[in-house]
Each structure stands twice: as structure tokens, then as C-alpha cells.
Unconditional design. Structure first.
Length: 627
């Protein structure tokens, strides 16, 4: 077994080393499927930027993903298809000008849309896109007035009670809905035949259901001092300033496709011309996210360079590569250049902390997150500790992570204590994962794992004890944990088990044993593990019909951490990773990450190499090298 494990570790190491960019990072794409490809066509046509070669490539990519029934899917096993995504694909293909409604493939797409309720049944974010491009009527009443951006933080409800992701997308939406802004061009298609009823002229929902949150907003509005018209003007101005103050050097708004797309239209609503330098730079920034991987084009949602590099550098060192090697040295130099020194929105709820975290994307300078920061420190640990001049960077990051702990003891992704239950009333798909940034099992588990394995803190330290208590309380009845940023229960359980054991929770603790029993129970006949994105939608574990190498690596790594002796499930998991070396089928590209729950999921190509390498390296160290 050891020889086969060594051979697979060597193969994976070679793949990762060869994929490193000259400047030290790994630039594997952040692939969410065709949604951003569709929006890119719609954006370019609306702005009358007729980059025909690029648009044709996107059209071919979108068409290549259409199912036999005419629909498009978010993931392989998504039943018949996804209505919103099919509407977006149909619209973008018509807008491109390279397909006509009479095309048989477009006819199939239309039939699927009408069969599944018509355009009126799409989610709110798709309706916003349709409204601002003249295909759907804005509602007369929008539940959040733009004045909320003026609410100070001592109000019962204020703008920073929303998560960073929510603010990034809602800020331009508040401007757009206030102006009821829409823009059509001579190329705009007519989508009226996709409506089953008169929904184009209806409200977007029953706002009476929002009475609890509307009452809070109305109560807060009474505290605002000033003339209503002047306050309204000031709120629109503040919203514009909020966006522009968070534009990165590439022109994108917080490095995200959706927020930048919406910002462009919001700026036009505020009077900016299509040719304005800020708008043109934002478009160039979005086009800089475009990747070509495996012969395929993709207009990515963001870049994942920092995340890829933290994980790859750590996995390679766990596999035995010394930190003095050229590969690791280059990755360290890259990561050190990306540590954040700017105050961002996170400081509103954490005002006493000093910057020192890392963000996710290549260009990110003001939006750090806990997971990227602990991941960066795992990779940099030996280098930063043994080089005194970098010790300050290490200490800054450690203090920032500790300061980000929520009052409940867990860790969020981006901001502390952004978890007001009343915001769950907002009628937005994936609400809790969009509007809020609560403690999560994956973030808390991975943070505990970092402190336990790399700073040698244990459950007797006060803040570690609080994290352990929160995590144990968060376990499901079946023994699993739900992971917010991966798919899904396997990811959360791996994070929790490795975190708890790293800080000294006994391996025979009844909750650890329940988790291990659950992992044993869901192991598949081939020795691997696989989980469907449907787990996230249904909020219960749903297995895939086949195992994946990434899910198997997560489950296997959890078992390795929780066992002192090699067990049969561990042997079978290791054998699966060895037997599937070089596997090339749909399970490779199946999403393993969450973006917006129920709306888009993420395929990380790097995961297929990094996590099997990590699990096999931990297996070799614990059960082979010790023999």
C-alpha cells in the first residue's frame, strides 16, 4: 500500500508544481457554470460593446451545456433543469444575435420555461437583471428603501446588519429599484412570450409577509432627522459613494462579478454614460476574470488565486516538500504580498482589531475572510516563524482571527455578529447564506484545526473552549455537521472533526464517535464518498450516485484524524483514491463549493489534486511512516 500511496502523492505533487504560475500563485478558475457567461453577453450587448469573437466563444460555451430537454442545470443531478438559469441562457443567446427563436434548441428551452411556470417564477436576482434590461417591470414597492444606508449602527436595524455579500449586491439594487431604471437597445429581444400570465405588471411577491422587518425599517426611519426629499437625495449619493469607495484597482466592485455587473447599471441610473471611464474600467475588470481551462472559456465570478495558493502550498508541504524549495518560496512571496493592511467593512463590527487577514481573490485588498487567513498561515507557518522579519505579519494575522470570533463562540466568514434573525424575513433565495454571516461549522472547525495544529493551543484556552462548545452544539442528530462553503455535510463534518481533535477533544468523545459512525454509514460500495448539491437545497444529506475524489479526501482525512489505528473504512478510502488516479468524468467537474445556496455552486479544479494529496499525505504520515 505504501508504494502505491507514494506513487499517487508523487503524481499529484508533479501536477501541482507544473501548474504554478511564474509569479508564485495557482490560478485555477472559480467556475460557477454558465450564469456569468450569460450575464457577460447581456452586459456587452447592453453597453453596445460588440466584441464579436468573445461573444461567439461564450455562445458556444453556453450551447454546449444545454440538456436534451432544452434546459440548463446548476449541477449534474439537478432533476430536469433550473428555471432561472434556463431563462438567463435563453435571453443571452437571443441577445447575442447568433441564435433565433425559431432554432429548435431555443424552442426546447422555451418549452421548458413555460412548462415550469414561465418567466414569472424565476428568483429575485434574475428578475432584477430582467428589470434593469427592460424585460420585466420593476415593482411599485421595494421592501428596502435606499434610506437604510443612512441608518447609524445604533439603530434597531441598520445597513451593516446585512452581510458583506448582501451589501455588495443590494447597494446597487437599491439605487436601481429607486430609479426603476431599465435600458434597452436595438438588439434587445422580446421575452413577452415567456410570461404565462400578466406577471410583467404584478408585484414581485406578497410584501405583507415582510411586516416584521418592514416595521423595524419604518421605526428606524422615524429617527432620521431632515427633510424627506433631502434625505432621499443624500441616501442615493451615499449608496453611490459606498460602491465607488470599494472599487478595486481592476475596476471591479469588491472583486465580484454580480456586484460589479449591478454597479455598472446603478452608475448609469445615476447619470454616468455608457462610455464613462469608470464603467469601461469595470467591464475590463470583469473581462480580466475570463479564463481558458481544459479547452473551455469561462467568465468567472471572481479569481481564486489566493485561495488556491494557500491550499496548494500547504498540501505540498504536508506531502514533504521543504519550505525552502523554489515552488514554496515563490508561493510564500506571493501570499505575503497579498496580506491585507487596509481597514474594510469588517471593522464596523470589529473596531478594535488591526488589519492582517487575507482575501480570496488575486486583486482583493479590503475584504479579508477568516478561512483564507487561516489557510494562508498554514502554508506560511514555518517560513514566517523562522524568519523574524515576518513574525509581525504572523502576529497581526493571529490577532485578527481571534478578534473575529462571534459572541456565540463560532467563527463567521467575513464579519462578526452579523446574524440578526429578523433579516431572514427578506424574500431572497438562499436568504441565510446571503443576508447573514453567522458562525458556521466549517469556518469554526477549520479555525480550531489551525490553532490546534499550528499554534498548539487547546480546549483549555478560553476562546478555544468557546469555539468547541459552539461546534459541539451545532452537530446534527445524525452525527454530521452542515458546511456553509462546501458541499456540504461531508465538508462540514470533516472540518468539525479535524478541528475538534486538533484542540484536544478526545477521539472517544461520544460526539466524535457519532460523526465517525455517520461517515462509515454513508461510505459507498466503491470505498469512496460523494454528496449532491441537493443536500444544500434540502438541508439534509443527499448522496451522489457516484463517489468523487474530493468528497472522499474530506471524509478520509476526518477518519484519519479521529482514529489511532488504521480501520477498514480508511483502507477502502485510500484504495479508492489510488484506483481513481487520473479519473476523468462528470464527478471531476461536479461542484464541491457553495456560492449562493440554491442559486449557484462552485467547481474548483484545484480541489481534485489538493485534497487527495492532503489526505494521502496525512495517511502516510500516521499509518505508514510510523510502522
Amino acid at each position: 500500500m505504501k508504494q502505491m500511496v507514494d506513487a499517487e502523492i508523487k503524481r499529484l505533487t508533479k501536477i501541482l508544481v507544473s501548474a504554478q504560475e511564474p509569479y508564485g500563485s495557482w490560478s485555477y478558475p472559480f467556475d460557477i457554470g454558465i450564469e456569468t457567461d450569460c450575464y457577460m453577453i447581456i452586459l456587452l450587448r447592453t453597453l453596445e460593446i460588440n466584441d464579436e469573437e468573445f461573444i461567439q466563444l461564450l455562445v458556444r460555451k453556453i450551447m454546449s451545456r444545454q440538456e436534451q430537454n432544452g434546459a440548463w442545470k446548476l449541477f449534474y443531478d439537478e432533476e430536469e433543469g433550473n428555471l432561472a438559469l434556463t431563462v438567463e441562457a435563453y435571453y443571452s443567446l437571443l441577445y447575442s444575435g447568433y441564435l433565433e427563436k425559431e432554432d429548435p434548441r431555443m424552442q426546447k428551452a422555451k418549452q421548458f420555461i413555460l412548462k415550469n411556470g414561465g418567466i414569472e417564477e424565476v428568483n429575485m436576482f434574475t428578475k432584477v437583471m430582467l428589470a434593469l434590461t427592460g424585460q420585466y417591470k420593476w415593482p411599485r414597492f421595494f421592501p428596502i428603501p435606499v434610506e437604510v444606508i443612512l441608518f447609524p449602527t445604533w439603530f434597531p436595524l441598520h445597513f451593516f446588519d446585512l452581510s458583506m455579500q448582501a451589501r455588495a449586491n443590494l447597494t446597487p439594487i437599491l439605487i436601481l429599484s429607486d430609479y426603476k431604471y431599465s435600458v434597452r437597445t436595438y438588439r434587445s429581444p422580446d421575452l413577452s412570450d415567456l410570461f404565462l400570465g400578466n406577471a410583467r405588471h404584478k408585484e414581485w411577491g406578497d410584501w405583507r409577509e415582510l411586516q416584521p422587518i418592514l416595521s423595524q425599517i419604518q421605526q428606524s426611519m422615524k429617527f432620521l432627522i431632515g427633510y424627506p426629499r433631502e434625505l432621499h437625495r443624500l441616501a442615493l449619493q451615499r449608496a453611490e459613494q459606498y460602491m465607488l469607495a470599494r472599487v478595486e484597482s481592476d475596476g471591479t466592485f469588491l472583486s465580484y462579478y454580480s456586484s460589479t455587473f449591478l454597479m455598472i447599471f446603478a452608475l448609469m441610473a445615476r447619470g454616468y454614460a455608457k462610455e464613462h471611464p469608470l464603467i469601461r474600467k469595470a467591464v475590463r475588470g470583469l473581462k480580466s476574470f475570463v479564463t481558458f481551462y481544459g479547452g473551455d472559456i469561462h467568465a468567472a465570478y471572481t479569481t481564486a488565486n489566493v485561495w488556491n495558493t494557500t491550499l496548494a502550498g500547504y498540501a505540498l508541504q504536508e506531502a514533504g516538500m521543504p519550505y525552502t524549495s523554489p515552488t514554496i518560496q515563490k508561493s510564500h512571496e506571493y501570499l505575503l504580498s497579498r496580506q491585507h493592511m487596509l481597514y474594510g467593512d469588517w471593522a464596523v463590527s470589529n473596531p478594535n482589531a488591526v488589519p492582517g487577514g487575507w482575501g480570496f481573490s488575486h486583486i482583493n485588498t479590503m475584504n479579508p475572510d477568516v478561512d483564507d487567513t487561516t489557510a494562508a498561515l498554514r502554508s506560511l507557518r514555518t517560513f514566517m516563524i523562522e524568519k523574524p522579519k515576518y513574525r509581525q505579519s504572523w502576529d497581526r494575522a493571529i490577532r485578527w482571527i481571534v478578534s473575529m470570533q462571534n459572541n456565540d463562540g463560532g467563527w463567521p466568514a467575513f464579519e462578526r455578529n452579523v446574524n440578526k434573525a429578523i433579516l431572514s424575513w427578506l424574500p431572497i433565495e438562499g436568504n441565510e447564506g446571503t443576508m447573514l454571516d453567522p458562525s458556521s461549522a466549517d469556518l469554526t472547525g477549520r479555525t480550531l484545526e489551525f490553532f490546534g495544529n499550528f499554534t498548539h493551543l487547546n480546549e483549555y484556552h478560553h476562546f478555544i473552549k468557546r469555539g468547541v462548545r459552539w461546534l459541539l452544539k451545532d452537530q446534527r442528530n445524525d452525527g454530521s455537521w452542515y458546511g456553509r462553503w462546501g458541499i456540504c455535510f461531508i465538508y462540514g463534518t470533516w472540518s468539525a472533526v479535524t478541528g475538534l481533535t486538533a484542540v484536544g477533544v478526545r477521539k472517544d468523545h461520544h460526539q466524535i464517535r457519532r460523526a465517525i459512525k455517520w461517515l462509515h454509514h454513508i461510505q459507498q460500495q466503491d470505498g469512496g464518498w460523494g454528496e449532491s448539491c441537493l443536500s444544500d437545497i434540502r438541508k439534509e444529506y443527499v448522496p451522489l450516485t457516484e463517489s468523487t475524489r474530493t468528497h472522499t479526501a474530506w471524509a478520509l482525512d476526518a477518519l484519519i484524524a479521529a482514529e489511532d489505528q488504521e480501520t477498514d473504512p480508511i483502507k477502502r478510502g485510500v484504495q479508492y483514491l489510488i484506483d481513481t488516479a487520473g479519473k476523468n468524468d462528470w464527478t471531476q467537474t461536479y461542484p464541491k463549493g457553495q456560492g449562493l445556496p440554491g442559486a449557484f455552486y462552485i467547481h474548483y479544479p484545484s480541489y481534485e489534486y489538493i485534497f487527495p494529496l492532503l489526505a494521502l499525505s496525512h495517511y502516510r504520515e500516521k499509518f505508514c511512516d510510523s510502522q
